[in-house]
Design a protein around this ligand. Structure first.
Ligand code: NDP
Length: 452
C-alpha cells in the first residue's frame, strides 16, 4: 500500500518539530505536520521562552539596588510593561518564523490547521482534507488545568500571563509547582504584591526538602506571602478586582488570580479512543520506551505522554523516534537522570536523587553548604546560596546535586555531565576549584553534614 506521507506529525511544538525535521531532513522521509495554533508550541509561544524573558525583566530592580551599593548613581527606574510586551511579541514572531523556516528547509509540508486521527493510517484535517500516512506521531503537548469551583472562570492561567493589558497591583498565585513559583517571583520582581496559596505543607513537592525550604524562605524574604495549607473556595467579582474566599473563611481582594495547578495532556477529541487506545488517568497516551503506542503505526512524544514534561525531554523523545523508525537506529531516550531548573528567584537547579529519595534507596552521606555569595554580600544583601551533594556510602557515587542561587540552572547543567558519567565524591574533590566562584563550593565540601 502506498501512503500520502511516510510520517504525519500532529503538533508543531518541541517534540513534533524535532521528529519531523530529523525524519525528513536527515532520514529522507516524506513528512507532513499539522499545527492548529502557532508553530513552536508551549515552550516557544507560551512557556519557557517568554517566561525566561519575563524572569530577566523582573530581575532588574534587584540589580539596580546592587548597582547603587557598587557606587553607581542609579535613579529609581520605572518598568513599562507594554513596551516590554511589544518586544516580547516581536521576539516570539521571530522565533516562530525560525521554526517554520527550519521545517521548510528540511522539506516538511506544514498544514496550519487542526488534525485528528481517522484511523491507524489516516489523519483528517479541520479543512476536510484527509491524508494517509504510514506512521502518525502525536505530539500535541499539554494545556493548563484549572479545577472547577465557583468563580473559577475569573482565574487566568500561564497562557494569559504574556498578554496582560496591564500588570496587576495585587495578585494571588495558586499552586506550588514550577509555574506557580516562577510566576510568583516574576510578579513580585515586577513590583506586584503577591500572595501564593499552596494546598500542601511545602512548595515544590518532589524536590529535595532542604532545597524546598531554602527557596520558600528566600521567596518570603523577597516579599512573597506564601500561605501553606491554603485553598480557594470561591472567587467573586468585586468593585475593585476579584474577591478571594479561602477555605478557612478568609477574604482578600486582588486584581489577578493565576492558577498554576498542573497541566493535562491534549488528547481530547483526537480520535484515539475510537482506535481502541486506552488513555491514562489524566488523558495521557501510554507508550513504550520507543514512544510507540498499542497501535503499531501510532507513536507519541512529549507532554502528551505524561512522562517528564520538559522541552528537552520532548526533543530527545522526538529525535529518538525519528532515528528508530526512519534511521534504522533503534534509540530509546533514557529518562533516569534528567536535570532541571526552576526559575524562581533564587533559581533552583537539580539533578538526580533528593536526600529523601536517596535515603530510601541506600546508605548515604550528605554534603551541604549555605553561604552568602560575594556579589550580593558586598551589596549588603542577605541572599544565601545552597549547594548540596547526596553521595552513596557504598559506591561513593554522587547520586544527587541540588543548587539554589544565581545561575543555578547553568551550574546544574555541568554537574549533570559528571553525575551522568558516574562521578564519585572523590572525583568532585580531585577537581581543582575555580576561584572566586560560587560553584567552587561543589568541589571543596570536605566533611558530610550528616549520614543516613
Ligand atoms: P506542577 O505539577 O509542577 O505543579 C502543580 C501544582 O498545583 C502542585 O503544587 C499541585 O499540588 C497543585 N495542584 C494541583 N491540583 C490542584 C488543585 N486542584 N487545587 C490546588 N492545587 C493544585 O505543574 P505546573 O503547572 O507548575 O507545571 C506543569 C509542568 O510543566 C511541570 O511539572 C514541569 O514539568 C513543566 N514546567 C517546567 C518548567 C521548567 O523546567 N523550569 C517551568 C514550567 C513548567 P501538589 O504538590 O499537592 O500536587
Amino acid at each position: 500500500m502506498t501512503f500520502d506521507y511516510d510520517l504525519f506529525v500532529i503538533g508543531g511544538g518541541s517534540g513534533g518539530v524535532r521528529a519531523a525535521r530529523v525524519a525528513s531532513g536527515e532520514h529522507g522521509a516524506k513528512v507532513g505536520l499539522a499545527e492548529e495554533s502557532r508553530m513552536g508550541g508551549t515552550c516557544v509561544i507560551r512557556g519557557c521562552v517568554p517566561k525566561k524573558l519575563m524572569v530577566f525583566a523582573s530581575g532588574f530592580p534587584g540589580l539596580f539596588d546592587e548597582a547603587r551599593a557598587y557606587g553607581w548613581q542609579a535613579e529609581p527606574a520605572r518598568f513599562d510593561w507594554l513596551a516590554f510586551r511589544a518586544r516580547l511579541e516581536a521576539e516570539l514572531d521571530r522565533l516562530e518564523a525560525a521554526y517554520r523556516n527550519t521545517l521548510k528547509t528540511a522539506g516538511v509540508i506544514v498544514h496550519d490547521t487542526r488534525a485528528t486521527i481517522a484511523d491507524a493510517h489516516r489523519v483528517r484535517l479541520a479543512t476536510g482534507e484527509e491524508f494517509t500516512a504510514k506512521h502518525i506521531l502525536v505530539a500535541t503537548g499539554g494545556w493548563p488545568f484549572v479545577p472547577e469551583f465557583p468563580g473559577s472562570e475569573l482565574a487566568v492561567t500561564s497562557n494569559e500571563m504574556f498578554h496582560l493589558d496591564a500588570l496587576p497591583k495585587r495578585a494571588l498565585v495558586v499552586g506550588g509547582g514550577y509555574i506557580a513559583g516562577e510566576f510568583a517571583c516574576i510578579l513580585n520582581g515586577l513590583g506586584v504584591n503577591v500572595t501564593q496559596y499552596y494546598r500542601g505543607a511545602q512548595i515544590l513537592r518532589g524536590f529535595d526538602d532542604e532545597v524546598r525550604g531554602h527557596v520558600a524562605t528566600a521567596m518570603r524574604e523577597a516579599g512573597i506571602d506564601i500561605r501553606l495549607g491554603a485553598a480557594v473556595t470561591k472567587l467573586e467579582r468585586a468593585a475593585g478586582g476579584i474577591r478571594v474566599i479561602g477555605s478557612d473563611g478568609s477574604e482578600r481582594e486582588v486584581d489577578l488570580v493565576l492558577y498554576a495547578t498542573g497541566r493535562r495532556p491534549n488528547t481530547a477529541g483526537l480520535g484515539l479512543e475510537a482506535l481502541g487506545l486506552e488513555l491514562g488517568r489524566d488523558g495521557e497516551i501510554p507508550v513504550d520506551a520507543y514512544s510507540q503506542t498499542a497501535v503499531p503505526s501510532i507513536f507519541a512524544v512529549g507532554d502528551v505522554t505524561g512522562r517528564i514534561n520538559l522541552t528537552p525531554v520532548a526533543i530527545r523523545e522526538g529525535h529518538a523516534f525519528a532515528d528508530t523508525v526512519f534511521g534504522a537506529k533503534p534509540t530509546a531516550f533514557d529518562h533516569r537522570l534528567v536535570a532541571s531548573a526552576v526559575f524562581t528567584q533564587p533559581e533552583l537547579g537539580s539533578v538526580g536523587l533528593s536526600e529523601e529519595a536517596a535515603r530510601e534507596q541506600e546508605p548515604i552521606e550528605v554534603y551541604a553548604t549555605a553561604f552568602r555569595p560575594m556579589k550580593t554580600a558586598f551589596a549588603g544583601k542577605a541572599d544565601r546560596v545552597l549547594m548540596k551533594l547526596v553521595v552513596s556510602r557504598a559506591s561513593r557515587k554522587v547520586l544527587g546535586c541540588h543548587i539554589v542561587g544565581p545561575e543555578a540552572g547553568e551550574m546544574i547543567q555541568l554537574a549533570a555531565i559528571a553525575i551522568g558519567m558516574g562521578a564519585t565524591k572523590e572525583d568532585f574533590d580531585a577537581t581543582c576549584a575555580v576561584h572566586p566562584t560560587m560553584a567552587e563550593e561543589l568541589v571543596t565540601m570536605r566533611k558530610p553534614v550528616r549520614t543516613a
